[in-house]
Design a protein around this ligand. Sequence first.
Ligand code: AHR
Length: 501
Amino acid sequence: MSKRAELLLDMKKSIGTINPLIYGHFSEHIGGVFYDGLWVGEDSRIDNIRGFRKSLVESFRKIHPSVLRWPGGCFAENYDWRDGIGPRDKRPERLYFWYSWDGRTESNAVGTHEFVDFCDMVGAQPYFAANATSTSPQHIRNWIEYCNAPEGRTTLARERGENGHPAPFNVQYWGIGNENWGSGGQMTPEMYAREYIRYATVFRSVRGADTRFIICGANGMKVNWTRRVMEECSRTSPLVVPIWGMSIHYYCGTAGKPLEFTEDQWYQLMFQADRMRMVVDANRAVMDEFDPERQITLAVDEWGCWHEDGTGPSKGYNLFEQQSNMRDAVVAALTLNTFNNRCDVVAMANVAQLCNNLHSLYLAGGENFVETPNYHVFDMFKTHQGGRQIAVRACCETLEKEGFSPLETLSASASEKDGKVTITLANLNMTDAQSVKLTCAGGELRGKGVCTVLRSADPHTCNTFENPTAVTPTASEITLTGDDVIDVPAASVVSIVIDKA
Ligand code: AHR
């Protein structure tokens, strides 16, 4: 049975440009993200580009990743950047943050040079999360100098040259701390704000015109943290302590198991994921109390589903590794639509995490490598990057659940760039298709293009090493005439990219 729905596009109405940084990613030194995930080593029998898994590099660059956050996460608060430079065979091996969970050690084979090289290979900007718990402002100041000082100008710049990269890396985005309300030092908001101020003040001598600092914000709806950090920072001049972005993290969690869930659990997770709207709005509202001009933006630099681990190919060896299916893909589409429709307040977002972890785009191990349904969502949404957002409104079935805002079962966003219009839809209804009538105000929407559909007959299906294309999109030509009804299958994601006639 197909339900009727309508999508109203107001071609003249827009809240602004969709920052490409919303299509950002996160890669932490944890479990199998790097070792045997992204990184296989230069001497590996597995095809690689300067140590990075070739199949992954080639796939990742196709979706135009804008920014990649590194090295954590919690790991960042335990990381000494000097461990990761110089000849690889001389780098120290450490017990690292996750040692007590999985018994692995950190080889430091991937450090600053390797990570920036990976970013260059895939066309992403690096975003470094700096340790603000177990090191000093001077030590991080030196990391910034090491990365960004002009060629040959200082001792650290010369050291960078000796390590193979004379030209500056020009790392623009620097997070000061990670989850400082938790594993980043268990600080109070005031304590953390003073630390941020201390770090940012010290960084004055190394910050270039484009260096952007990101302050640790709230865990989801815990906006009291945001308020108290903002309040404490507002006592100091923004010229001395610039803040480009406020980091917030929101994991929508789980319901049931990643591969076994009931219909109720499907909807439970949709409600939880849809809460991202409230998380963004509530944090922005609190920031507005201190920053009414909106000089500081929001960076949702960790988001995604968080199911129990153990369903990935390593069968539990890789910490937090889990499989993804259409439920996760629909969550990804819903979340990206939410960000597109809040592009006036969200400048950056980073899905957690890239490979062999939570809500991953890839699963890999040994010679095996597979793209998950999440990957396909990012591929289908990539043309939104840098587009002018177009206001949309869905008229569709809405579900209610105690403790949550009403859930629209059709999620949508639209944008326009270089004469192309992109419309992305997610059908949150697990069992029923929706026939979506497109209605335009403020202009017409006609033209030829491509309609891509990501679905699977059973939404529990996932891609595996044995069957890597079980869930894969199908693309077909489409012509919009101005009187169009789009069929959006149950539990699916659809993108339409039209060359405006
Ligand atoms: O993504 C896994 C962990 O989740 C990160 O290390 C931390 O920042 C968050 O709690």
